[in-house]
Write a protein that binds this ligand. Structure first.
Ligand SMILES: [Cu+2]
Length: 311
């Protein structure tokens, strides 16, 4: 069976877990574009997969074959590459550079379930990643849901990345100089109307629902201390593998280029809010806060389908 997945809408469907192995075609074009990086409309010169930060969500089932093509748009100035952390391959072959105007196709089997980053590996990797060249691949477990990996009511993808002052050199970026803040799915305080009056969206769920967060840390040098203020992670799966289950955690340390899956369940019978933060204060207070609003009457599309990454 063959499926084509080029966008979050095509692939991120609840209940797709446990299907027979497919070949999934994924084509992503590297684009060097000016992007809005906060809720006030400030633009920065960024480099992207597919024109967004993070790039398109790729979602497959364990055992699927990913038939991937990276297109480097001919209007770009930089060579780029693709490093899928969900793949076993050859760094000098599949992950090799693609020049502007060229493309590269390779396949891999998604053997391990979980949540994985993908990123550009072109030199300077520090600059390519921090300018926005990263995204997420979710590999749903072939065994589907179980008592150790229950079906969630809503799902959201959160990716934290760095924002540097425009014009910062690759060397300074690598050393952390010119650091400006944390991008949450591409914007500072993206989902935080509490700290940013310009923020217009938050994550949403109904009281008592099991909300699953697929979190990836795309910051180049720093771990994230991932914590749900006014909540407790009901279960956490390191790397998103159902076998790596932990219960009742408060703060989860997530190193650069790693992912975790975390479930949060709000109290039933009342409206509440959580602030999902990187508890390192310099990260939280420079953009790394996401509000999750729990109230009755949340739309059925929230945290489902294309709603996994609210834009
Ligand atoms: Cu790149």
């Amino acid at each position: 069976m063959k499926r084509i997945c080029q966008s979050v809408a095509a692939v991120a469907a609840l209940g797709a877990v446990g299907a027979a192995a497919d070949t999934v075609e994924v084509e992503i074009t590297a684009q060097e574009v000016d992007l809005v990086v906060d809720n006030a409309g400030t633009t920065h010169p960024m480099w992207t997969f597919g024109g967004t930060i993070p790039g398109p969500l790729v979602r497959v089932t364990q055992g699927d074959t990913v038939d991937f093509t990276l297109v480097n748009d001919k209007s770009n100035k930089q060579s780029h590459s693709m490093d899928f952390h969900a793949a076993r391959a050859d760094v000098l072959d599949e992950f090799d550079l693609v020049k502007p105007g060229d493309d590269k196709r390779f396949t891999f089997e998604a053997e391990y379930p979980g949540v994985f980053i993908y990123h550009c590996g072109a030199d300077s990797m520090a600059e390519h990643i921090s300018r926005g060249m990263y995204g997420v691949i979710i590999v749903d477990p072939e065994g589907g849901y179980s008592s150790d990996y229950p079906k969630p009511d809503r799902e959201y993808v959160l990716v934290h990345g760095d924002l540097f002052e425009a014009g910062t050199s690759a060397e300074d970026i690598m050393m952390g100089n010119g650091w400006k803040g944390v991008l949450v799915n591409g914007k500072v305080f993206h989902y935080d109307p509490v700290h940013d009056p310009n923020a217009s969206i938050a994550l949403e769920s109904e009281p008592g629902e099991r909300v699953r967060i697929y979190f990836v840390n795309a910051m180049i040098n720093e771990s994230a201390a991932f914590h749900p203020i006014a909540g407790i992670w009901d279960r956490v799966w390191d790397n998103g593998n159902p076998k790596n289950v932990s219960y009742g955690l408060q703060t989860v340390e997530v190193p650069p280029a790693h992912g975790v899956v975390l479930d949060l369940i709000s109290p039933e019978g009342r409206a509440t809010n959580n602030a999902i933060v990187d508890h390192r204060m310099k990260h939280a207070l420079n953009g790394g806060i996401t509000v999750l609003m729990n109230y009755d009457g949340v739309g059925a599309d929230k945290g489902r389908g294309a709603g996994l990454i609210p834009r």
